[in-house]
Design a protein around this ligand. Structure first.
Ligand code: ADP
Ligand code: MG
Length: 612
């Protein structure tokens, strides 16, 4: 007999880094490697079950779809066996040699950025197969693919940066993973310890899960049960199993319906928004099932894009079992599911916001971005979605939120429009000259802080027939004539300031809305809001974005009165002051691009003022 040929390979750099972290981790919950290996076995069985539906030729067709775990205290091993799809040589190289999975990749990226210990992150994300090296001296994977002519292969690694692949002798379909435990991880060969861990993490594996022959789980599909019979613990356990996580879902939405289409739906909103924490764009994570059989765990069109923060299950008996994933994506059934589920989910959120505004506010703080994205992109549901928007407002304390509905109910009889103001922060907006008029008139203004909010406002453009307008571009002075007609002196000052400031201002006029500020700048560009301009400049720093503003002066303010007299004595100095007032106005309005020029000018003003 010839010697078995063994190929030696190096792990991809990222895997090596990941394994270093995993091996040296002081992470206390090392037990999660069991959850990870069970979940891989379960995935492999799901895939096989799916392939069976497609009526492909399958090797070892009659093997039961189950997972067997065995422990040996003597050998100090724990072994995971499944009769799933197995892996080819190429798959072994890719799946257990690189980081193909986006979850592990973002884990590594998160580690680079983060200052926390790797262990905390392992707990939050799970690191898949490689987590076995938290407890292993050596891991062996025996595998055989489901195709008639697949090879039987053995993969082995001691976690030292390399792995080996050679041909094996067995001939069962599927995968067996033998974990040889480190001295300090002996407890994982004790069946009593392992049983507890399986019950904790893997109670909802949809295949029989056996430990040394004894079945551990009940393989029921929780989403098909009546919700009155399901405890919070069961829901939580199912959620954690499905998402490989440890958190408690903040919302769950479980319903059953027969029309317009048969569906059992169980949706969860997680505790945290991973996108917001910087882990990259989420993939759809509501799996599509047909009578408990997983059709697609990450279906693209099942729900609108903005709902990608949801986890859970949609099971519809109307979906034909032998449909291919590709046709699935465009099928009219999926469109019907999409529309029915989305509508109900939005209604559910609205209801939750009424029942418990505080929890909803908390949800909105973390997941509000998705709602806004929905308003901006999901035309079909925009009208329903706008009811889910929440804002800070001039009538509320920082952190308290109002809806459009709340805003409308607080409006005076003669108020025709809804006002909002974009700013960088609460105290900046409170002190903005743009607020003076509204404060004086006791008109509520919605405060927004991010360009996406402004984008949402301009996308909506009205709510309940009331126009939504930015408080910095509205021509409020024109609504009621200024009480005092400007004097000749004031008119002349305006004309002169326009000359001094040149192209940068569209117009300088005496204000009828300013109370405390000497001057204020307003966006006089009807085509583009200041927020949009900010975005455009951010995207392309060299972009020529027009920044025409209107300057209003407060003729009652001492500074303006002084400016008139300074202009008579020293026009040059008055010019510098006018420039400065203009910059101050831009700064206060949040329009200033480059505040650096200001400092030098202030110094020269101070110098010259000494000599007036
Ligand atoms: P994930 O399960 O999130 O994809 P893992 O690191 O746990 O990441 O596993 C990597 C890949 O290895 C899996 O996607 C799968 O293709 C393959 N794999 C792991 N275990 C098995 C198994 N028991 N049977 C078949 N394939 C497996
Ligand atoms: Mg996995």
């Amino acid at each position: 007999m010839t010697e078995q040929k063994t190929e030696k390979h190096e792990f991809q750099t990222e895997v090596r880094r990941l394994m270093d972290i995993v091996i040296n981790s002081l992470y206390t919950d090392r037990e999660i490697f069991i959850r990870e290996l069970v979940s891989n076995a379960s995935d492999a069985l799901e895939k096989l079950r799916y392939i069976q539906l497609m009526e492909k030729e399958i090797y070892d067709e009659s093997l039961p779809l189950e997972i067997e775990i065995s422990t040996s205290g003597e050998d100090n091993t724990i072994t995971f066996t499944d009769y799933g799809i197995g892996m080819s040589r190429k798959e072994l190289l890719e799946n257990l040699g690189t980081i193909a999975r986006s979850g592990s990749r973002s884990f590594v990226e998160a580690l680079e950025k983060s200052s926390t210990e790797g262990g905390d992150l392992i707990g939050q994300f799970g690191v898949g197969f490689y987590s076995s090296f938290m407890v292993a001296d050596s891991v062996e994977v025996f595998t055989r693919g489901y195709r008639k002519n697949s090879e039987h292969l053995v993969w082995q690694s001691c976690g030292d940066g390399t792995f080996e692949i050679k041909k094996g002798k067995g001939h069962r379909r599927g995968t067996k993973v033998i974990v040889s435990l480190r001295e300090d991880a002996k407890q994982f060969s004790d069946p009593d310890v392992v049983r507890d861990i399986l019950k904790k993490y893997s109670a909802f594996v949809p295949f029989p899960l056996k430990l040394n022959g004894e079945q551990i789980n009940t393989t029921e599909a929780i989403w098909l049960r009546n919700k009155n019979d399901i405890t919070d613990q069961e829901y939580g356990g199912f959620y954690r199993f499905q998402t490989n996580s440890f958190d408690e879902p903040r919302y769950r939405f479980h319903f059953f319906s027969e029309a317009p289409i048969d569906m059992n739906v169980l949706l969860f909103v997680p505790e945290d928004n991973m996108e917001r924490l910087g882990f990259g764009r989420m993939e759809p994570a509501v799996g599509l099932y047909s009578r408990r059989v997983l059709i697609d765990e990450s279906p693209k069109n099942l729900l609108p894009d903005w709902m990608r923060f949801l986890k859970g299950v949609v099971d519809s008996a109307d979906i034909p079992l032998n449909i291919s994933r590709e046709t699935m994506q465009d099928s009219s059934l999926v469109k019907k599911l999409n529309s029915a589920i989305t509508k109900r989910f939005i209604k559910f959120l609205e209801q939750s916001s009424i029942e418990d505004p505080k929890s909803y506010g908390d949800f909105y703080g973390k997941f509000g971005f998705f709602i806004k994205e929905g308003v901006a992109s999901d035309f079909e549901h925009r009208e329903q979605l706008q009811e889910l928007l929440r804002f800070e407002s001039s009538r509320k304390e920082e952190g308290d939120l109002v809806s459009f509905k709340d805003y409308l109910s607080g409006m005076g009889e003669d108020q025709e429009e809804i006002y909002y103001l974009l700013s960088s922060a609460r105290d900046a907006v409170e002190n903005s000259p743009h607020m003076e008029f509204f404060r004086k008139e006791n008109i509520e203004v919605i405060f927004i802080y991010e360009p996406i909010d402004e984008f949402v406002m301009s996308t909506l453009s009205e709510y309940n027939k009331k126009k939504i307008v930015s408080a910095d571009s509205v021509d409020i002075g024109a609504a009621g004539e200024p009480s005092d007609v400007p004097s000749e002196e004031e008119k002349s000052l305006c004309g002169w300031m326009k000359e001094v400031l040149g192209e940068r201002v569209g117009d300088v006029r005496v204000s009828s809305r300013l109370v405390d500020s000497p001057v204020a700048a307003f966006n006089s560009d009807s085509a583009m809001t200041q927020g949009m301009k900010r975005i455009m400049r951010n995207i392309n720093s060299g972009a020529e974005v027009s920044s025409i503003v209107r300057l209003e002066i407060n003729s009652g303010h001492a500074l303006i009165k002084n400016l008139i007299s300074i202009r008579e004595k020293d026009e040059e100095l008055a010019g510098i002051i006018a420039e400065q007032l203009f910059d101050n106005a831009l700064l206060a309005a949040g329009y200033m691009e480059n505040p650096a020029s200001i400092v030098g000018r202030i110094n020269s003003i101070l110098e010259r003022l000494g000599s007036v």
